[in-house]
Design a protein. Structure first.
Lengths: 222, 232
């Protein structure tokens, strides 16, 4: 049997004395599109942060790409291979211009200037950002920021995406655009959303994260 | 980052009125700083150590703070064996500085920055100055959070610092980003404040009441400070 890309076993996490995750098990295999649904403050973002190594669990095993990850160094590889879309785009974008931000990831992966240039072109084409390339990031509108943030992640061609509320606060048009981009270009992802309709259209399997535990939800329930 | 590490505690020093603590601190510092004979700052040091013990602050954090302060004093000691700086002077500076730093921690750091701001307004400090100090502190933490967020954004996309232009450029973007963001946040916050009727100073909501034990505490502390300076 193939190894999963992400495997969590009995992950427990607490903020001060408040337990947010009380033993979470999760496996994500290549080609799976998984949704994560749950109430506010239920620990969805925390779970993603643990996978990326920004938070360290109290106990439990975090196994990513076939290796158990504990220390900060273990996560350097994880961050290069997984693509994380932050809930707040202001947390994602930090370069002065759109094109520099999209180029940042590929450059970190050691791509040459020419290759990076090509990737930036392709990504902007794909997301319809051609008109924005030279624009300043902090002057973008909210919706534009969301798209650029998705672009910066897609430019790294990750093996698995972790998408934290990709459609929060977007109009229907932009939502549809993101939906089709994901459908056609992302093979494996874990998508956090409150939007049932969006989850139904983008994912094959949905988990509910409630009271610190994961439950699989039958598709007809959504 | 946690700047109010000492403010969360439960000792009688934590419970004292911040205005009294500020006055005691000012008198302590002035008397200590102006003392001439070597034994006097030594006694002040013992006094502030006992205050620290009363305040029950975490000693590990305290030592880290003291280390920071004593780094600069250490520079003086480099010049003592070279004969540029007399030994008794160096000793005096070290004793006074440590006594005052420890008194700061025991008396001021045991109050939250908000209650210190409130107290200094009550004591008649200029409103503008207090507002600036308070906002500076408030946004120092916000900016630090912003920095943490940017750092996370950078590492989420597989950045590993190396000795190359890409790394320098990235750090440049990081600092630039902090500047732009803090400026824009300041503008936004100011708009929010204006829309809630802000007029250059913070209105005072609660009226602080001086209790008897605050007064007794203040008088005893001032008497001890004065006794050390003039009678010891």
């Amino acid at each position: 049997m193939k190894e999963p890309i992400i495997r969590l076993k009995g992950v427990v996490f607490k903020y001060d004395e408040r337990y947010v995750l009380k033993g979470v098990d999760l496996e994500i295999f290549e080609g799976e599109r998984i949704g994560l649904w749950g109430p506010n403050g239920g620990g969805k973002t925390t779970l993603l942060y643990i996978i990326m190594g920004f938070l360290k669990p109290e106990s439990g095993i975090v196994e990513i790409l076939g290796k158990v990850r504990n220390k900060e160094e273990d996560f350097l590889e994880v961050r290069r291979k997984l693509g994380f879309l932050f809930q707040d785009s202001d947390n994602q974008l930090f370069c002065p211009t759109v094109k520099e931000d999209i180029a940042f990831g590929p450059l970190n992966l050691g791509k040459s200037r020419e290759e990076t240039f090509k990737i930036v072109e392709e990504t902007c084409e794909l997301l319809g950002l051609n008109g924005l390339k030279e624009r300043l990031n902090h002057k973008l509108s909210y919706g534009e920021k969301r798209l650029v943030a998705l672009g910066t992640v897609m430019a790294m061609k990750p093996v698995c995406y972790l998408l934290d509320e990709p459609c929060l606060g977007l109009d229907e048009m932009t939502q549809k655009r993101i939906l089709s981009i994901l459908r056609n270009n992302a093979k494996t992802y874990l998508l956090v959303s409150h939007n049932k309709e969006f989850l139904r259209q983008t994912t094959d399997k949905v988990y509910l994260l409630k009271d610190g535990r994961l439950f699989q939800i039958p598709p007809n329930f959504l | 980052m946690h700047l109010e590490a000492f403010a969360e505690g439960d000792s009688f020093l934590h419970r004292m009125d911040s205005r009294v603590k500020i006055i005691v601190f000012l008198i302590f510092s002035i008397l200590c700083a102006t003392s001439k004979a070597l034994r006097i700052p030594f006694l002040y040091l013992l006094f502030s150590i006992s205050l620290i013990l009363c305040s029950k602050v975490r000693l590990k954090v305290l030592f880290i703070r003291l280390l920071g302060a004593n780094f600069f004093i250490g520079l003086i000691w480099i010049f003592v064996p070279l004969g540029y700086f007399p030994l008794d002077q160096a000793l005096m500076v070290t004793l006074k500085a440590n006594a005052i730093v420890m008194a700061t921690i025991a008396l001021l750091a045991t109050s939250s920055i908000f209650s210190l701001a409130r107290a200094s307004l009550d004591l008649g400090f200029p409103k503008k100055l207090v507002s600036i100090v308070f906002l500076l502190y408030r946004y120092f933490t916000v900016n630090h959070e912003e920095y943490e967020r940017l750092k996370r954004a950078i590492s989420a996309r597989g950045f590993i610092p190396k000795l190359n232009v890409h790394t320098y450029k990235t750090y440049g973007h990081l600092i630039g980003g902090l500047l732009v963001r803090s400026y824009e946040r300041a503008e936004e916050t100011y708009k929010c404040m204006l829309s809630r009727g802000f007029k250059e100073d913070f209105p005072i909501y609660e009226v602080l009441k001086l209790k008897k034990k605050d007064l007794i505490f203040g008088i005893i502390m001032i008497l001890i400070s004065a006794f050390i300076r003039f009678k010891a």
